[in-house]
Design a protein around this ligand. Structure first.
Ligand SMILES: Nc1nc2c(ncn2[C@@H]2O[C@H](COP(=O)(O)OP(=O)(O)O)[C@@H](O)[C@H]2O)c(=O)[nH]1
Ligand SMILES: [Mg+2]
Length: 583
């Protein structure tokens, strides 16, 4: 299916043309029929000679209803611009064309209608010139009469050529269905309609509607129920458990997790110089229209503060309009839907320089270069999903340059910490996370590279000084103490005198310079290995008392020392408590 919007001044014959082409009535309201004037969007469809199905979104031409017109054309990729032969180019011909141009619509057709009332040549010539200056460029022109039917076959053929040239939509893209109507159907509940520009809707889908999750109860397209509808399409979505007043024009049904609502957005403005823009304009995107406060940043860039957050991504096209002056101030390209704050002095100027380099083409590497670290989910909501880039940790992606810098900083922070905290085995991961300003400990762990390692929640540099010099001196003294009685573990007051408190002892044990035999009982590792040699000389098996005497130590030391040797497999303890040296 293809979708084309009408455009053009009021009473130039848009609705008559849609009626003649489709046999359907685009003016849905009694008031519209009574006044003979389109007020709101109308919908009709037909099969073209090629067999392609074409749906029209028929828009109002009256100047008062331009916002309705914009809601209709916002999500539609092509337009049929209608000009009356007997009236020629008129203000809303120009305003509608300016809107199409601002939205960047590149595919269209000129139809000069009411050509039974006047020679279409002059109107066609003028309109062709105007259109050629817009994003539509050179378009085909067809003269018709909605009254006599003259030229309608040519028009059908031209429409076939138009839709054949439209770029195909991506059925796998995330869904952002801008709602243009919401109503209730007795027995079914709330139904919303819109033009699906990309992606696929399926019955049973869960979608996001603002903050709420909604379920698709049923789908229709062009009056027929469907299990799934792929873009491009007109679609009606029956929502489960959504009250009608909870949804309306300008809302969007979204693939969950694919969009972020934002009220602050940095944009490029194609049109009036940004410095000349009024402080407040209306921002139109999709079917939404939201008041926006405009803060100029660069020559053609500005920060918009929207009165209501909208699901925007990098590269979205929108327009700014001054409703008072009936003036399209300019087209808008979203450069950054997640812009940085501008509190620091000079921040606005820096930002303007940065925005000048941005083109609104979403690119994950560019976003990472600017922002450093982003999750895959962030990149997706920005509209710049990670392509080939692999995450550095979990769902985190990093700019390669920043990542290399962080790796170097981590190493120097670990060394600085080791110098300041010689008794600790390494720098806690959490302290590093804070020091490096990282949002996730997983990032710290991912940054650890050999020779650094992570052990017990700390980042350690193995092979560094085993123990700091003051402790080493105490240990050397201890070795001298134990020369004659190597198993005579020092008493608490001796340890204290040597300056070996609990922290120092723990550091020495961690470094392997002491072995902890029991609470408060330590021996150098050489003493422990020598113990087995001494015990091997005893008649086997031997008793605890024989062992204590051979080792020339106290029960306080002998009991836990033998248990340690048992645990290490150096001795084996029999049922009668006597032991044998195993190896
Ligand atoms: N003679 C003649 N009248 C037309 C033609 N097309 C539309 N009209 C009349 O022009 C008026 C406005 O038409 P309408 O389709 O409502 O215009 P819209 O505002 O652009 O939708 C109506 O009275 C139509 O009957 C045409 O080709 N020939
Ligand atoms: Mg109309």
């Amino acid at each position: 299916m293809h979708v084309v919007a009408t455009a053009g001044h009021v009473d130039h014959g848009k609705s008559t043309l849609v009626r003649a082409l489709t046999g359907m009535e685009p003016d849905r309201w009694a008031e519209e029929r009574r006044r003979g004037m389109t007020i709101d969007l109308g919908y009709a469809w037909t099969d073209l000679p090629s067999g392609a199905t074409l749906a029209f979104v028929d828009v109002p031409g009256h100047e008062r209803f331009v916002p309705n017109m914009l809601a209709g054309v916002g999500p539609v990729p092509a337009a049929m611009l209608v000009v009356a032969a007997d009236e020629g180019w008129k203000p809303q011909s120009a305003e509608h064309l300016a809107a199409l141009d601002a939205l960047g619509v590149t595919h269209g057709l000129l139809v000069v209608t009411r050509s039974d009332l006047a020679d279409p040549a002059a109107a066609a010539a003028q309109a062709t010139v105007e259109i050629a200056r817009s994003s539509l460029g050179t378009v085909e022109a067809v003269a018709v009469s909605g009254a006599t039917g003259a030229g309608l076959d040519d028009l059908r053929a031209a429409l076939d050529r138009l839709v054949a040239g439209l770029p195909p939509a991506d059925p796998a893209a995330p869904v952002r269905l801008w709602v243009d109507r919401a109503f209730t159907i007795q027995g079914s509940g709330t139904v919303v309609t819109g033009t699906l520009g990309a992606g696929t809707l399926r019955s049973g889908d869960t979608l996001a509607l603002g903050d709420r999750e909604v379920r698709v109860k049923g789908l229709q397209s062009l009056g027929h129920a469907a299990d799934q509808v792929a873009a491009v399409a007109r679609v009606a979505v029956n929502l489960r458990n959504v009250p009608k007043d909870a949804v309306g024009r300008g809302d969007a049904l979204l693939t969950p997790g694919a969009f972020r609502h934002t009220a602050l957005v940095d944009v490029r403005v194609h049109g009036d110089p940004v410095a000349d823009l009024p402080a407040e304009l209306v921002f139109h995107v999709g079917s939404a229209a939201v008041t926006a406060a405009v803060r100029p940043l660069g020559k053609d860039t500005a920060r918009l503060r929207l009165r209501r957050p909208l699901p925007l991504r990098i590269g979205d096209h929108a327009l700014l309009r001054d409703p008072g002056r009936h003036h399209v101030a300019g087209g808008v390209t979203v450069l950054d839907p997640l812009p940085p704050g501008l509190r620091r002095r000079g921040a606005a100027a820096t930002r303007a320089t940065e925005l000048a380099t941005m083109d609104g083409r979403p690119d994950a590497a560019d976003e990472l270069r600017r922002r450093g670290l982003l999750t895959g989910a962030d990149l997706r909501t920005l509209g710049a999903p990670a392509g080939g880039e692999q995450p550095v940790a979990g769902d985190w992606h990093a700019d390669p340059e920043l990542w290399a810098t962080l790796g170097r900083r981590l190493a120097s922070e670990v060394d600085r910490y080791a110098a300041a905290h010689p008794l600790e085995p390494g720098m806690p991961v959490e302290a590093l996370r804070r020091k490096l300003g990282l949002p996730d400990r997983a990032l710290v762990e991912a940054l650890v590279a050999p020779p650094l390692t992570t052990r017990d929640g700390r980042v350690v540099r193995p092979g560094g000084p085993a123990v700091p010099p003051p402790i080493q001196q105490a240990l050397d003294q201890l070795d001298r103490d134990l020369l004659d009685r190597p198993f005579h573990a020092p008493e608490a007051d001796r340890l204290r005198a040597l300056g070996l408190g609990p922290r120092e002892l723990a550091a020495a044990v961690r470094a392997g310079a002491l072995v902890k035999i029991a609470d408060g009982i330590v021996l150098p590792p050489t003493s422990v290995s020598r113990a087995a040699e001494v015990l091997r000389e005893l008649p086997q098996p031997f008793t605890l008392s024989q062992a204590r005497q051979a080792l020339d130590t106290t029960r306080r030391v002998a009991v836990p020392l033998l248990e340690l040797l048992d645990r290490r497999g150096a001795t084996r303890r029999a049922a009668d408590d006597r032991r044998t040296v195993v190896r």
